[in-house]
Design a protein around this ligand. Structure first.
Ligand code: G3P
Length: 199
């Protein structure tokens, strides 16, 4: 029963489009109409400035972290933990508040794994930040996060979270398919370009 309530809570929180609210509040714009047309933190940073992107990142992260941290406290077991994490991610990506569209769910994934597999997440996040710094592309960093999470879950002995990490890896690649095509065409907007335009 607790697990089911947390599952509902995860989807309910996940579907709240904080990026849309932040961009509307700051600049009166809809992030779905500009930049990459994504409601996530990267596009909010691109359109409104880095601090607002960071705020969106934090809010989207909490959507995954809060229900999963509560589920860890309630000792619901690995399957329920995985389904609760998945509910937050899918709530964000297919939000009923956005006609079942939504973001790419990277920040929410970070929140989910911060609660469910914190050491693996921190190791994957270090790789992610390094790749963003070296490549200049947030999307390449996000794909690095997706690829390294299952490996670090295995490395840290968090075996129960490996199925979720593998499912999320495939899902994040699917959600980044347009980014991958833009990268292939050399048309992806580098993170630093966004920063230069912001200044
Ligand atoms: O987390 C989303 C990021 O990987 C890509 O965002 O706006 O460049 O498509 P965006």
């Amino acid at each position: 029963m607790v697990a089911f309530l947390l599952f509902l809570m995860a989807f309910g929180l996940g579907m709240v489009p904080f990026g849309l609210y932040v961009a509307r509040f700051v600049k009166g714009i809809d992030p779905r109409d500009a930049g990459s047309r994504n409601v996530g933190a990267t596009n909010v940073a691109r359109l409104c400035g880095t601090p607002w992107g960071v705020l969106t990142l934090a809010l989207d992260l909490l959507k995954g972290f809060i229900p999963c941290a509560l589920a860890v406290g309630a000792e619901t077991g690995w399957l329920a933990l995985s389904l609760i994490g998945l509910a937050a991610i899918l709530g964000h990506a297919y939000s009923p508040m956005l006609n079942f569209r939504g973001g790419k769910a990277v920040a929410t994934t970070v929140g989910v794994f911060l609660a469910l597999a914190p050491v693996a997440l921190i190791l994957a996040a270090i790789c992610t930040l390094g790749v963003i710094w070296l490549s200049g592309y947030v999307s390449v960093g996000s794909l690095t996060l997706a690829l390294t999470l299952p490996f670090f879950c295995l490395l840290t002995g968090n075996i129960g979270m490996i199925p979720l990490a593998l499912a999320v890896m495939l899902f994040l690649f699917w959600r980044h398919r347009e980014n991958i095509l833009r990268l292939d065409r050399g048309e992806e907007m580098p993170w630093r370009k966004g920063k230069e335009e912001e200044g």
